[in-house]
Write a protein that binds this ligand. Structure first.
Ligand SMILES: Nc1nc2c(c(=O)[nH]1)N[C@H]1C(S)=C(S)[C@@H](COP(=O)(O)O)O[C@H]1N2
Ligand SMILES: [Mo]
Length: 314
């Protein structure tokens, strides 16, 4: 079902500034300046954001699909579980620690962090390793801004991320299916983490992040498969060697550490050459497209992998 609450740009147009943002969010932003968030009349918290670089040309996926077709195994294995079962998850109060090989470790309160960081909107393609995709208007700030404040030491080479463990509020963590080990963990090389495309998202569509999308803060690395985008992060640690990552530990043959989107390297059980466009079927027709190398961000990120065999380093 198409979401009617946001205007959408016509097909093929470069998405104009805030075309999908609620008018209220814009007005709130104009009144309050950047980096504040306000409670709207409807009760949903809106974010004050500026347009960022790197806007995708595609039509944003309807909000209804972005928030009801999710992978968040802490709440269950089905795509509808996160929306259905996360209402009581408490994303406030929340702390996010930045620690490890840094000169200035810090435990941030999430709202102080949001107030300290100028928020940008970034319309990014998201390609799940399961061969479906969305286009999501995130609100957040570059991970590099947060890491710079922590002053990484020369010995830091990777960044390790950890999701919250809270079985009382996350049914998938207590259902005994042992689908995954908790906490969900992810990692990036330091240069990937510092890349300007790499975002910490605290909102989408101009509102604070819905629980099912990884409230209150999640990683977005648009040239990698979606599973790198770890949700509900509590800890960011700079480390010397490559950290373990959840899907790689689950099945190293199928899920690598790098997980760069690559239409030429198939998943052992399915092709990665094309993808199903979530929310684009039916009325709009089509619904599939060819998958692009680095999810279409090669111009920006291919240089990170010069000289690497991307078949072996999948
Ligand atoms: N903690 C945690 N983070 C996670 C996941 C998860 O199960 N747990 N799923 C990942 C996968 S496979 C994808 S495709 C994206 C989905 O993000 P979305 O639901 O916001 O679209 O979240 C990623 N981050
Ligand atoms: Mo995914």
């Amino acid at each position: 079902m198409a979401d009617r609450s946001y205007p959408r740009p016509s097909s093929g147009e470069i998405t104009p500034r805030s075309a999908w943002l609620s008018r209220r969010a814009l007005l709130a932003g104009a009144a309050a300046g950047a980096a504040t968030h306000l409670v709207s009349r409807a009760g949903a918290q809106t974010l004050s954001v500026r347009p960022g670089p790197f806007q995708a040309a595609e039509r944003p996926t309807p909000l209804q699909d972005v928030t009801h077709y999710n992978n968040f195994y802490e709440f269950g294995l089905d795509k509808g579980d996160p929306a259905a079962l996360s209402a009581r998850f408490a994303a406030r109060p929340w702390t996010l620690s930045v620690e490890g090989l840094v000169a200035r470790p810090r435990v941030w309160d999430i709202d102080q962090l949001i107030a300290a960081m100028p928020l940008e909107e970034r319309l990014y393609r998201m390609r799940c390793v399961e061969a479906w995709s969305m286009v999501i208007p995130w609100d957040g700030f570059p991970l590099a801004s947060l890491l710079a404040q922590a002053e990484p030491l020369g010995s830091a080479r990777y960044v390790a991320f950890e999701s919250v463990v809270r079985p009382a509020q996350m049914p998938g963590q207590r259902n005994g299916l042992d689908s995954l080990a908790w906490p969900y963990v992810e990692g990036l090389r330091l240069d990937e983490a510092m890349h300007p495309l790499t975002l910490l998202a605290v909102g989408l569509y101009g509102e604070i992040l819905p629980n099912q999308n990884g409230a209150p803060v999640r990683l977005v690395v648009p040239w990698k498969y979606g599973f790198k985008g770890i949700k509900s992060i509590t800890r960011i640690r700079l480390v010397e060697s490559r950290p373990p990552t959840t899907w790689n530990q689950m099945n190293a043959q199928e899920y690598g550490f790098f997980a760069n989107v690559n239409p030429e390297v198939d998943h052992p059980r399915w092709s990665q050459a094309s993808e199903r466009i979530i929310g684009a079927g039916g009325f709009f027709g089509g619904g599939r497209k060819k998958t692009l190398m680095f999810n279409g961000y090669g111009e920006q990120v291919a240089g990170l992998y010069g000289g690497m065999d991307l078949r072996r380093n999948y």
